[in-house]
Design a binder for this molecule. Sequence first.
Ligand code: E4P
Length: 217
Amino acid sequence: MKFFVDTADTADIKELAATGLLDGVTTNPSLILKAGRPMKDVIAEICDLVEGPVSAEVTATEADAMIAEGRSLAAIADNIAVKLPLTLDGLKACRTLTDEGRMVNVTLCFSANQALLAAKAGASFISPFIGRLDDINIDGMDLIREIRIIYDNYGFETEILAASIRSANHVKDCALVGADVATVPPAVLKGLVKHPLTDKGLEQFLSDWAKTGQSIL
Ligand code: E4P
């Protein structure tokens, strides 16, 4: 499973990119607001930090305007994935932009039928939002399972980019049900490595090693 980080904070992205574990980045208008910087400057900086896809979201709501914004965003760097909302206009824009050879991430997906339409429109990525479904007492992971089955039934190549992830358990469950990608907030991503028994075991090993008086180099 690929890991994307869901942020427009370039300090966090730099730190995670240095681990070699980061495959891409997703942003949205709310994350751009949080970054407090001009969108195109931030996106250009992120594209320099990460080789993989960097999702940049349009804000127009009508297809022609979405296409114009998408082309403008895609001109920032080769690794831009134009992010479009899951509306009829968004799907129309998706078809045009994918036919032009651009990567498209269709976002705000909350149903399997929406995901089916996005795949038919040629999307490179579909972003089902797990956490926001969980928030309204609908199991977000069921949606990932359903999309996996539908895409496999028909051999769609659209990658399932599990989004709105809130916890380490969400990440594990996404891997178990076969999401292609998980886009994860920086704190959750950094937390995946932690286990108290790892810390305790390492402390013991280092303490015993010190008592041997040896050094490896
Ligand atoms: C996905 O691309 C979105 O940016 C993101 O995952 C939304 O997450 P949230 O529901 O925590 O805002």
